[in-house]
Ligand binder design. Structure first.
Ligand code: ADP
Ligand code: MG
Length: 286
């Protein structure tokens, strides 16, 4: 590899809106055959909104929202922001909570004081709230299940949208011979909905944060050369494990630090540019 060709490649990358860490990254990128993409914040905007509120029998919607928002106030997760904003907009009474505990890949717990009683509240997915009835509604999204002192209060469905240009980027990555895989900690139905919109058929859903790197390792064990695209703290280990880690520019510091390439624009088209550039640079070198 001639240093000048690699330098020209990294310089061109900067023009295209990517920061490439080390010339080696371009060589690695040219060999990639599989591209694993995180869902929330990578394929989708990451800005969640509440799509549906389904209170359990005998529970008011405002009680469900009040408990959920009080607990989610202790989290910075995009799901938490959506729940808190929705409750505030709905004018729900504020409820006291303390002793917040974030359970990665599950949700949040806290001690909540409501109507003169104090109880432990759980707010998260079915791994955390294990006594929720199976989803009955037809609204597909991330489910936020709520329980207080062991009693199920209901569910809040939240979701975000595919980024504009995501489907076009996936189809161009396919044209370049790459196999896209969607990777998420979210439930299968939510994952399938986004995958269908993006044009992806390979899905790993319900993956715990610590399991994401294992999904990458499993693909590598099958002989694949894997790029991983992500934005979250929970993507960092998988980004580091991948043959090529690509962080979204608006992503967390942990994701950026673990990656070979950082996209300056919040746009998956930059991934296509980076792969094409790496292949062109590789040809110049050889
Ligand atoms: P992703 O892979 O979609 O970025 P995370 O690993 O952050 O997801 O979270 C995985 C799942 O854990 C979420 O889809 C959600 O079901 C649950 N979860 C995590 N944090 C929260 C929270 N603050 N409130 C409710 N659910 C949460
Ligand atoms: Mg994410």
């Amino acid at each position: 590899a001639t240093p000048s060709a690699l330098l020209a490649g990294t310089g061109r990358g900067a023009q295209l809106g990517t920061v490439i860490r080390g010339a080696q990254a371009l060589e690695k990128a040219s060999k990639i055959d599989t591209i694993v993409l995180d869902k929330t914040g990578t394929l989708t905007t990451g800005t969640m909104a509440v799509l549906a509120v389904e209170a359990a029998d005998g529970v008011t919607e405002s009680r469900l929202l009040a408990v959920a928002a009080a607990v989610e106030a202790g989290s910075e997760h995009p799901i938490a922001r959506a729940v808190v904003a929705h409750a505030r907009a709905a004018g729900v009474d504020e409820v006291e909570a303390d002793g917040f505990r974030i359970v990665a890949g599950h949700g949040v717990t806290a001690s909540v004081r409501i109507d003169g009683h104090t109880g432990d509240a759980l707010v998260g997915n079915s791994r955390l709230v294990t006594n929720a009835p199976a989803a009955g509604g037809d609204v597909v999204g991330s489910e936020v299940l709520v329980s207080l002192a062991g009693t199920y209060l209901g569910r809040i469905v939240v979701g975000d949208e595919l980024k504009p240009g995501a489907a076009a980027a996936i189809s161009r990555l396919r044209e370049l011979g790459l196999r896209p895989v969607l990777l998420t900690g979210d439930n299968r139905a939510a994952a399938e909905k986004v995958a269908a919109e993006a044009g992806i058929t390979d899905i790993s859903a319900d993956v715990l944060p610590q399991g994401k790197a294992q999904v990458v390792a499993d693909l590598q064990a099958q002989g694949r050369n894997v790029a991983m695209v992500g934005d979250g703290v929970n993507d960092a280990a998988a980004l580091a494990r991948a043959d090529l880690g690509i962080a979204m520019g608006q992503g967390t510091d942990a994701a950026i630090a673990a990656s070979d390439i950082t996209l300056m624009r919040d746009d998956l088209a930059s991934v296509v540019d980076a792969v094409r550039l790496s292949r062109a640079t590789d040809r110049t070198i050889k």
